[in-house]
Design a protein around this ligand. Structure first.
Ligand code: TMP
Length: 214
């Protein structure tokens, strides 16, 4: 059986990842593909417990290294328990965030040394990497406005200062510049329809690249 491939949706908080992911799932299912949706932090039972600790706004004492290692721990579990088996079954894996978020949030925004990020990420990834990262790019101020419209309470990371979120956004754009083959940036300030149109073009080219019928 042909191996599946993995696409990550990432970017600013409030950029519309969930809506886009649900539409992409419908699109792929309608074409007859077997799709697995997952997310980080989370994705497994253990990962979801780690997510609670990471995002709980009462985790105020969490030091930066703990934060980095918890994201790494969840990722290691996610790959072993869920992602690799799904790819081996020939599924298309769609993850709401993955390792690019650690570079953006923990390095570019939080300021943890790049060498430490690479060390933890490499340990978690153990040579694995997703085929594509689709970055839904949005001005964090607009993103924050959208997040506040949909929920009363902000989680620990959403509640960071605006300049933290701006640094995270720039982190995604920097990664996209550095790795144009595995990162595509989509302007998420456009209408829902045109964001989706841009995303579907990328998905279609991945289907061709990975030689799956469309
Ligand atoms: P979500 O709200 O999109 O599910 O993401 C949860 C938060 O976790 C979001 O603010 C981004 C942050 N995050 C990191 O800081 N590092 C990471 O490695 C990941 C996966 C997420």
């Amino acid at each position: 059986m042909k191996k599946g491939f993995m696409v990550v949706f990432d970017g600013s908080n409030g950029a519309g990842k969930t809506t886009v992911i649900n539409e992409v799932e419908k699109y792929l299912i309608a074409k007859g593909f077997d799709v697995l949706l997952t997310r980080e932090p989370g994705g497994t039972e253990i990962g979801e417990r780690i997510r609670e600790i990471l995002l709980d706004s009462s985790s105020v004492k969490m030091c930066h290294t703990t934060e980095l290692m918890l994201f790494g721990a969840g990722r290691a579990q996610h790959i072993q328990e869920k992602i690799k088996p799904a790819l081996n079954r020939g599924q298309i894996v769609i993850s709401d965030r993955f390792d690019a978020a650690t570079f953006s949030f923990q390095h570019y925004a939080r300021g943890i040394e790049l060498a430490e990020i690479i060390q933890i990420n490499n340990l978690a990834l153990n040579g694995f990497s997703p085929e594509m990262n689709i970055i839904l790019d949005l001005d964090p101020q607009e993103g924050l406005k959208r997040v506040k419209q949909r929920s009363q309470e902000l989680d620990r990371l959403e509640d960071e200062k605006l300049d933290f979120l701006i640094r995270a956004r720039n982190g995604y754009l920097t990664q996209a510049e550095e790795k144009p083959n595995t990162f595509k940036v989509v302007d998420a300030s456009k209408s829902k329809e045109s964001v989706l149109e841009d995303v579907i073009k990328i998905i279609d080219s991945l289907l061709i690249e990975y030689a799956l019928d469309i």
